[in-house]
Design a protein around this ligand. Structure first.
Ligand code: HEM
Length: 99
C-alpha cells in the first residue's frame, strides 16, 4: 500500500464526510417505519430523532443484523453490504461517532 493510500484508509470517519451518505438510502424507509422517531438523514435533532441521539439502539440493530431490513422489493441489505456499511459504522462508532 502506498503512503497515500495508507493515509486515506486511516482517515477519520465523520458523519459529514462519510456516514450521512452511507445512511441516506434508508432514511425514508425508517422515517415511515418509526413514525418519524428515527431520522437517519440527521446527525442530531432537537427532538432527539437523529442518529447520534439514538446511537445505542442503532448500534444494536446493526450488530444483530436486523437492520437494514429488505422492504418493498428493495434489497437494502445488499446496498448496505456493497457500501461496506457495517465496517464503516463500526470504525465511526469506535472513534466516538464524530460529527
Ligand atoms: C442501516 C439502516 C437502518 C438502521 C440503522 C435502522 C435502525 C432501526 C432501529 C434502531 C430500529 C428500532 C426503532 C425503535 O426501537 O423504535 C428500527 C426499526 C425498524 N426499521 Fe430500521 N433501520 C435501518 C434500515 C431500515 C430499512 C431500509 C427499513 C425498510 C422498511 C427499515 C424498517 C424498519 C421497521 C419496519 C422497524 C420497526 C420494526 C422492527 O423493529 O423490526 N429499517 N430500525
Amino acid at each position: 500500500m502506498s503512503k497515500h493510500e495508507d493515509d486515506l484508509s486511516n482517515a477519520a470517519i465523520t458523519w459529514t464526510n462519510t456516514m450521512q451518505a452511507v445512511f441516506q438510502p434508508y432514511a425514508q424507509c425508517m422515517l415511515q417505519a418509526t413514525g418519524g422517531a428515527i431520522d437517519l438523514s440527521q446527525y442530531s435533532t432537537g427532538a432527539g430523532t437523529g442518529v447520534a441521539d439514538n446511537i445505542g439502539s442503532i448500534r444494536q440493530h446493526i450488530d444483530s443484523g436486523s437492520m437494514p431490513m429488505n422492504s418493498g422489493g428493495v434489497d437494502y441489505k445488499a446496498i448496505w453490504a456493497k457500501a461496506n456499511g457495517k465496517a464503516l459504522f463500526d470504525r465511526w462508532y469506535a472513534a466516538g461517532y464524530p460529527q
